[in-house]
Design a protein around this ligand. Structure first.
Ligand SMILES: Nc1ncnc2c1ncn2[C@@H]1O[C@H](COP(=O)(O)OP(=O)(O)OP(=O)(O)O)[C@@H](O)[C@H]1O
Length: 379
């Protein structure tokens, strides 16, 4: 879909920003460009929509050398999202989103209708359409930037550090939203970031660049974590990569053991009877976990009293078992659930969030060993 063939960019001052980049971006996936500052990520991205022309080599989009297409025609098929959003301050949100359709000659009504659809698609309420960009939060502005880039329904989306300027919580939301959108839209997305965690979370494939505009490794995230090509990539990928690689292995082989549950509001006496190894998960009326009770917390409490919030210890992370309609958890999720739980038992839930059982760290590591032995773990 997008192909770099020995693409090199040397600026007039002699800086080689991109050095003989050869790489194929598969259609319909998210490809991440990641690397330290100044390694040529943005320059590579801009060669795709001809904001930068290669000094030598070629870039092809849809099998065609980008130099053969007039810039305006090329860019109609390529959405572009940047960190500073580039929204027009004196136009309403709706008019900002409608920019490209209007430029392409759509009637105003149709362009506005499309803009309203897109506002909804990126998760913004319709009334924000009448505001001006400065009246939105940073995260909302980024969503508008994405909506605007999608307005002409381009098959390709270039995103240059689009989420870098927002706080970590909003950033995680925007990332989740992009993954959701991508499931629906199936665009070919090229995404530049300097954040390896973002690259691993979002990317179907990740290209790691080193300074001097040289491609160091181009691989799937799990392979990058499991088999970094050299010391540079290993150190760039960072600490805990063995643990993070567990995020790509499904937890379906982990046996889910029984766990004692007690109802929030039930009697302390009944809760004491239910404890197993001194612990029980407290659940609400839909069997969703709200925390744990322990023998030590209940000791000295009147048996007639109700299990109230004050008696509940907050739980660890949860992990979702493979269930119809659900998103199966990973070994990392299962291990983290066990390690973060006050009882050392990780709580397993189904797609509705109801408790189905528990796992220990030992269970998870044994499942990992079994998967390795069965050749299910890439090595
Ligand atoms: N117009 C220009 N003239 C000269 N050098 C340039 C120009 N644009 C970029 N460069 C240089 O090319 C190199 C690559 O820049 P580029 O912006 O592609 O890097 P990057 O990996 O996107 O960096 P960052 O993460 O800091 O945004 C840098 O050394 C930069 O200084």
């Amino acid at each position: 879909m997008i192909e770099f063939r020995a693409a090199t960019k040397r600026f007039d001052d002699g800086t080689v920003a991109v050095n003989e980049l050869t790489l194929t971006v598969e259609p319909g996936g998210i490809t991440m460009f990641v690397g330290p500052s100044g390694c040529g990520k943005t320059t590579s991205l801009r060669m795709v929509n001809r904001m930068v022309e290669p000094t030598s080599g070629t870039v092809l989009v849809g099998g065609r050398d980008v130099r053969e297409s007039p810039r305006a025609v090329l860019r109609r098929g390529i959405g572009y999202v940047i960190q500073q959003t580039g929204l027009f301050p004196h136009r309403t949100v709706l008019d900002n989103i409608a920019t490209v359709p209007l430029l392409s000659g759509w009637p105003r009504r149709r362009a506005r209708g499309r803009a309203a659809e897109l506002l909804d698609l990126v998760g913004l309420p319709a009334e924000l359409g009448r505001r001006y960009p400065a009246q939105l939060s940073g995260g909302q502005q980024q969503r508008v930037g994405v909506a605007r880039a999608l307005a002409a329904d381009p098959p390709v989306l270039l995103m240059d550090e689009p989420f870098s300027a927002v706080d970590p919580v909003v950033r995680a939301d925007l990332q989740d939203e992009l993954l959701r959108l991508q499931q629906e839209l199936d665009k070919t997305i090229l995404f530049v970031t300097h954040d390896i965690d973002e690259a691993i979370k979002l990317g179907d494939r990740v290209a790691v660049f080193r300074t001097g505009g040289v491609l160091a490794q181009y691989d799937e995230p799990a392979a990058l974590l499991g088999r970094p090509a050299d010391d540079f990539v290993a150190s760039f990928v960072g600490r805990d990569r063995g643990y993070r690689a567990l995020g790509f292995l499904p937890a379906k082989g982990v046996p889910v053991g029984e766990v004692a549950t007690v109802r929030l509001g039930g009697s302390v006496a009944a809760a004491r009877d239910a404890l197993r190894d001194g612990w029980a998960v407290v659940v609400d009326e839909a069997r969703r976990p709200v925390g744990w009770v322990s023998a030590s917390r209940l000791s000295g409490v009147d048996g007639e009293a109700a299990v109230s919030d004050e008696l509940v210890e907050s739980g660890g992370s949860l992990y979702e078992v493979d269930s119809p309609g659900g998103r199966a958890g990973s070994l990392r999720g299962a291990l983290d659930a066990a390690l973060s739980s006050p009882s050392a038992r990780g709580v397993a839930v189904d797609a509705d969030g109801a408790v189905v059982g528990s796992v220990t760290a030992h269970d998870v590591l044994r499942a990992l060993a079994d998967a390795r032995q069965a050749g299910e773990v890439p090595s």
